[in-house]
Design a protein around this ligand. Structure first.
Ligand code: ZN
Length: 304
């Protein structure tokens, strides 16, 4: 198992290497033992801002709750109908500073006892490009009449990301939502129209108007709506705090509440919202962190 995970981690590292010149951390796949017989398997392709940690939880008896803390994030997991929790995902936000961070997993058992697993992890620096972008003025300095709408939508998005299903809904590995040339611009720092700063929190995939956009994994639609900045947008909740986001579509083919399978049609590519031409902006949120959606592709998720 460990060897296989290491091989997968290495594969992920090699796959990402050409576009991840800034990443220096080694792949990790390690079983860490804690108090009271508890253990946690820790997997990461690399440990830089935008990456994802996958934890395999091995408590020593049935848990009431597992509390995980890392880099200022607190995650609480409870058993679902299948038991568990057996897996957790932690996103390393694109704004995370380099340095040593401690991972702490506390299992609170049904019998009232607890077990703790601790591990120090070294987050290394990742360079993000700086780019000047020119956009229509209404997307850089929004007119007063849309400010209410923008505030309302920001609030709605925060509420959506604060609640994720307790069970893992994914089916195997994550895939690309569209087969088009990828611009590796996650985390790009941008100067809009020479004056406003912005950070690009997703990845752009070239698409023609009307191209099919598909679910990168199975999940539940938690938003399918037209938003000011992101245009026709779909957000999928894959459970356990993992969300994928699809922007600027010309047409939506799903509705909030719909369950979707991996590869299901979500909509058609377009250029709605703050977009300079037809493309898919693909983004991901993991444990509330803005992560590089490409990091999802290498996650070791061959079994459910
Ligand atoms: Zn984009």
């Amino acid at each position: 198992m460990t060897l296989r995970l290491q091989a997968l981690a290495l594969l992920a590292l090699l796959t990402l290497a050409p576009v991840r010149a800034g990443a220096q951390a080694a792949a990790m796949s390690e079983q860490v033992k804690g108090s009271g017989g508890a253990a946690v398997g820790i997997w990461a392709a690399t440990l830089t801002p935008g990456d994802i940690l996958v934890l395999s939880l091995a408590p020593s008896s049935p848990v009431r709750e597992a509390g995980i803390s890392f880099a200022g994030k607190e995650i609480t997991l409870r058993p679902d109908e299948n038991g568990g929790p057996s897996r957790a995902f932690i996103g390393l936000d694109l704004g995370l500073e380099s340095g040593t961070q401690s991972l702490r997993v506390v299992f609170r058992y049904r019998d009232g006892s607890s077990g703790t697993v601790l591990k120090s992890l070294r987050v290394t620096r990742r360079q993000f490009r700086l780019k000047h972008i020119t956009l229509p003025d209404e997307f850089v300095e929004p007119p007063p009449e849309v400010l209410d709408r923008i505030a309302r939508e920001a609030k709605m998005l925060a509420a959506i990301y604060s609640e994720s299903g307790p069970a893992w809904l994914g089916q195997g590995r994550f895939g690309l939502p569209h087969q088009g040339p990828i611009t590796d611009n996650f985390g790009e720092r941008r100067i809009l129209n020479g004056r406003k700063q912005s950070v690009h929190t997703g990845l752009d995939i070239d698409a023609e108007m009307g191209d099919p956009i598909s679910a990168s994994n199975a999940g539940r639609v938690v938003l399918a709506d037209d938003l000011y900045y992101s245009g026709n947008t779909v957000i999928l909740d894959h459970g356990l705090g993992v969300f994928t986001v699809y922007l600027h579509m010309s047409k939506l083919l799903v509705r909030a509440g719909d369950p979707v399978s991996r590869g299901a049609a979500l909509g058609e590519a377009g250029s709605t919202g703050r977009s300079a031409g037809p493309h898919l902006h693909w983004a991901a949120k993991v444990s509330g962190s803005r992560v590089d959606p490409q990091a999802l592709l290498g996650l070791p998720l061959d079994s459910r």
